[in-house]
Design a binder for this molecule. Structure first.
Ligand code: GDP
Length: 610
C-alpha cells in the first residue's frame, strides 16, 4: 500500500499505535517519537492549514489532528500525569504513605471559613493569643500562614494546626490543585447577621471536598445575637446541630471576648475523632503542600510548608512546585528555629532558590541534583504549556469566527508574595466589561520580572504587571527593545482600575438605534417606473432619503431594514421632509404597503461607553 499523502507530501504512516506527547510538545518532539523528519510534519500541517515551525509548541488539537492524519493515536498527557511520570522516573511517588505499621496519629489541619466580617481573622487571632506557652510573653508572634496550638482533651495534650491565610482563597486554590490539605473546616457565622452568600460558598467548598464541618456561631456578645436562628438556617444546608439530632457540632463563641474558645477546640478534636482517621507515616522523607511563599529582602525566598507525611529536617533537599533548594533553616510560628517537623506541622523554610506558589506540593529527595532536575523539568513544562495555550490555531472555517473574535488582553502578573498575586488575579478575573473583551492571565509568579517573563510577553496585547517588584537584569532592556509594556503597582485597587480602563479601551464601538421620524401612509400608488409609492404625512421628526426604515401595520412590524430610496415633495426630489408635511416615498423594491401603515426611520449612532 502506498503511503497516504496530503497536498503531495508523503506522510509517515503509523498503524494506529499510541504516541504519548506532553502538553505543549513540538513537531520535533513528535517526529522523534515516530522516527520521522520534522520538516515533513511541518509540511503536512501546512497543507492542513496550519503554519508552525518545527520547534514551536503545538496545541493539543493540532497534535491530535496530525496524529489522525498519519494514523497514530496521539495521547496528550496532562500535567498531573506527566508530573507523576516525572517523579516515577526518579523512583519517587508522591502521596504514598509507606507501610501501615509505621503510621502514627497526626493532628488535624483546620481552615476557618465564612462570610466577610463574620470574625474569621479575629477568631484566628484569639486562638493564637489564647495559646501562650509557659514562660513566654506574647504567644505566637509570627504570621507564617499557619500555626499549631496545644489543646487538652480528656487529660491528653493534643495539637491542632490552623491555616492562617486571610480569607479562604488558599483553601480554594489548594483544592483546585488537588492537594487536599484541610481535614476540618470551621465555618464562622455571625449570630447578629446570619447565613450569607460566602457562608454558603464555604459550606459548598467544604462539602464538595468531603471535609467535615464544625460551626462556630460568633459574636454572641452582641445584643440581638440569635444563635438558635443560625442553627435553624443551617439545617437547609444539611448542617443539623447535635442538640437537634444531627451530627454537626455547633459552638457559640465570642471571638472578641474569648468566650468558649476551648469548647470550639474540643469540638474540632471530637469531630476529627468521630469522622476521620488521621494518621501519617513520620518515618519517611517529608512530603506536603506549600501554604504561602514570598520573597524576603534579607532571607531570600521563604515558604511556609505543611508537612503531610514524613519528617522534614534541616539539611533536606527539597523541591516545591518548580522551586528547589536545601532546607537551610526552619522557623516556627514562635519565631524559633526548629530542626525537624512532623506530619501536620507548618514551618517556614529558608533555603529555596525561588518562591513556590501557594498550593504547590513539596517533597524531599535524596540529592540536591534531583531536586534541581525535577524543578527544572517542571518549569520547562509549564513554560511550554503556556506557550502552547497562547498559540491559537486559525483554520479556514474558523477564520470568520476569528475575525469576529473577542479581543483578549493577556496579563503576566508578578508580585512579592503568592497571596497578593492570587488576590490580584482573582480581583482582575472578576472584572466585567462585557462579552467583547476578555482578560487572560497567561503567567503569574512571585519574584522580580525576568527576561523569561518578557519573552513570554512578546505577543500582542500582553501587559506585564509588577506588584511591589521590579524588572531584573536585562528584562527592562529586552522589554524596551521588543515593545513589551511593563506596569508597576503597589496598590491593588489602582492596578485593578488601570486594567479595567485598558479593557474598556479595547471595546469596539457600540451602536444604538436613534429614531429619526415617523410617517403615516395616506395613499398608495403603483408606478411602472418607481414601483410602489407611498403618499405619506410626516407625523413627527423628519424623513430623510437614504435613511433606514421599518414598516408597521397595527403596531406590528411587517418589514425591517427598508431603504428610503426616493423621496419627493410634489414633483421634486428632496433630501428630507419635516413634521407636518406630505411626501411621496418608495421603500426600495418593497411593495406590500397599505393605507394607514406607519413608516419609522432611524439611524445607528455610536453609543458612548458608561
Ligand atoms: P473576617 O472578615 O471574617 O476576617 O472578620 P474580622 O475578624 O475582621 O471581624 C470583623 C469585625 O467583627 C471586626 O471589627 C471584629 O472586631 C468584629 N468581631 C469579630 N468577632 C467578634 C465578636 O465575637 N464579637 C464582636 N462584638 N465583634 C466581633
Amino acid at each position: 500500500m502506498q503511503a497516504p499523502s496530503v497536498g503531495g507530501v508523503r506522510l509517515p504512516k503509523g498503524s494506529g499505535e499510541t504516541i504519548r506527547l506532553p502538553r505543549g510538545a513540538s513537531l520535533t518532539d513528535f517526529a522523534e517519537k515516530i522516527n520521522a523528519n520534522p520538516a515533513s510534519l511541518v509540511q503536512v500541517l501546512f497543507h492542513l492549514g496550519e503554519m508552525v515551525t518545527a520547534t514551536a509548541s503545538v496545541a493539543d488539537e493540532v497534535l491530535e489532528l496530525l496524529g489522525n492524519e498519519m494514523n497514530y493515536n496521539v495521547q496528550v498527557v496532562s500535567p498531573e500525569e506527566e508530573d507523576r511520570e516525572l517523579l516515577d522516573s526518579f523512583d519517587i511517588s508522591f502521596g504514598d504513605e509507606g507501610d501501615e505499621e509505621d503510621w502514627a496519629v497526626r493532628p488535624p489541619v483546620v481552615t476557618i471559613m465564612g462570610h466577610v466580617d463574620h470574625g474569621k481573622t479575629r477568631l484566628l487571632d484569639t486562638i493564637r493569643k489564647a495559646n501562650v506557652r509557659e514562660g513566654e510573653a506574647g504567644g505566637i508572634t509570627q504570621h507564617i500562614g499557619a500555626y499549631q496550638v496545644q489543646t487538652e482533651l480528656e487529660g491528653i495534650e493534643r495539637p491542632i494546626t490552623f491555616i492562617d491565610t486571610p480569607g479562604h482563597e488558599a483553601f480554594t486554590a489548594m483544592r483546585a490543585r488537588g492537594a487536599k490539605s484541610t481535614d476540618i473546616a470551621v465555618i464562622v457565622v455571625a449570630a447578629d447577621d446570619g447565613v450569607m452568600p460566602q457562608t454558603v460558598e464555604a459550606i459548598n467548598h467544604a462539602q464538595a471536598a468531603d471535609v467535615p464541618i464544625v460551626v462556630a456561631v460568633n459574636k454572641i456578645d452582641v445584643e440581638g445575637a440569635n444563635p438558635s436562628k443560625i442553627r435553624q438556617q443551617l439545617t437547609e444546608y444539611n448542617l443539623v446541630a447535635e442538640e437537634y439530632g444531627g451530627d454537626t457540632m455547633f459552638v457559640d463563641i465570642s471571638a472578641k471576648q474569648g468566650t468558649n474558645i476551648d469548647q470550639l477546640l474540643e469540638a474540632i478534636l471530637l469531630t476529627a475523632d468521630a469522622a476521620l482517621d488521621l494518621r501519617a507515616n513520620p518515618n519517611m522523607e517529608a512530603q506536603g503542600v506549600t501554604i504561602e511563599g514570598h520573597l524576603d529582602r534579607g532571607r531570600g525566598p521563604v515558604a511556609t510548608v505543611l508537612v503531610q507525611r514524613g519528617t522534614l529536617r534541616v539539611g533536606d533537599s527539597l523541591v516545591a512546585g518548580d522551586a528547589s533548594g536545601r532546607v537551610r533553616r526552619m522557623v516556627d510560628e514562635h519565631g524559633e528555629d526548629v530542626t525537624e517537623a512532623l506530619p501536620s506541622r507548618p514551618v517556614q523554610v529558608i533555603g529555596l532558590t525561588s518562591v513556590p506558589g501557594a498550593g504547590d506540593t513539596f517533597l524531599v529527595v535524596d540529592e540536591d541534583r534531583v531536586a534541581r532536575q525535577i524543578a527544572d523539568r517542571r518549569r520547562a513544562r509549564e513554560r511550554n504549556a503556556e506557550l502552547a495555550s497562547r498559540r491559537k490555531r486559525v483554520s479556514l472555517e474558523d477564520l470568520d469566527a476569528a475575525l469576529k473574535e473577542t479581543s483578549t488582553l493577556n496579563l503576566i502578573i508578578k508580585g512579592d508574595n503568592s497571596g497578593t498575586v492570587e488576590a490580584l488575579e482573582d480581583a482582575l478575573m472578576k472584572l466585567d466589561v462585557g462579552e467583547d473583551v476578555d482578560l487572560r492571565v497567561i503567567h503569574r509568579g512571585v519574584g522580580g520580572i525576568t527576561e523569561g517573563d518578557i519573552n513570554l510577553a512578546i505577543a500582542d496585547n500582553v501587559i506585564v504587571m509588577g506588584f511591589n517588584v521590579r524588572a531584573e537584569g536585562k528584562a527592562t532592556e529586552l522589554a524596551n527593545r521588543e515593545g513589551v509594556e511593563i506596569r508597576y503597582y503597589s496598590v491593588i485597587y489602582q492596578a485593578i482600575e488601570e486594567i479595567e480602563q485598558a479593557l474598556k479601551g479595547m471595546l469596539k464601538p457600540e451602536y444604538e438605534e436613534v429614531e429619526l421620524g415617523r410617517a403615516e401612509v395616506r395613499e398608495v400608488f403603483k408606478s411602472s417606473k418607481f414601483g410602489t409609492i407611498a403618499g405619506c404625512l410626516v407625523m413627527n421628526g423628519e424623513i430623510r432619503r437614504n435613511a433606514r426604515g421599518r414598516l408597521l401595520r397595527d403596531s406590528v412590524v411587517i418589514a425591517e431594514n427598508l431603504p428610503i430610496s426616493s423621496l419627493r415633495r410634489f414633483k421634486d426630489d428632496v433630501v428630507e421632509v419635516r413634521e407636518g408635511f406630505e411626501c411621496g416615498l418608495t421603500l426600495g423594491t418593497y411593495s406590500d404597503i397599505k393605507v394607514d401603515d406607519v413608516i419609522e426611520t432611524f439611524e445607528m449612532r455610536e453609543k458612548p461607553r458608561a
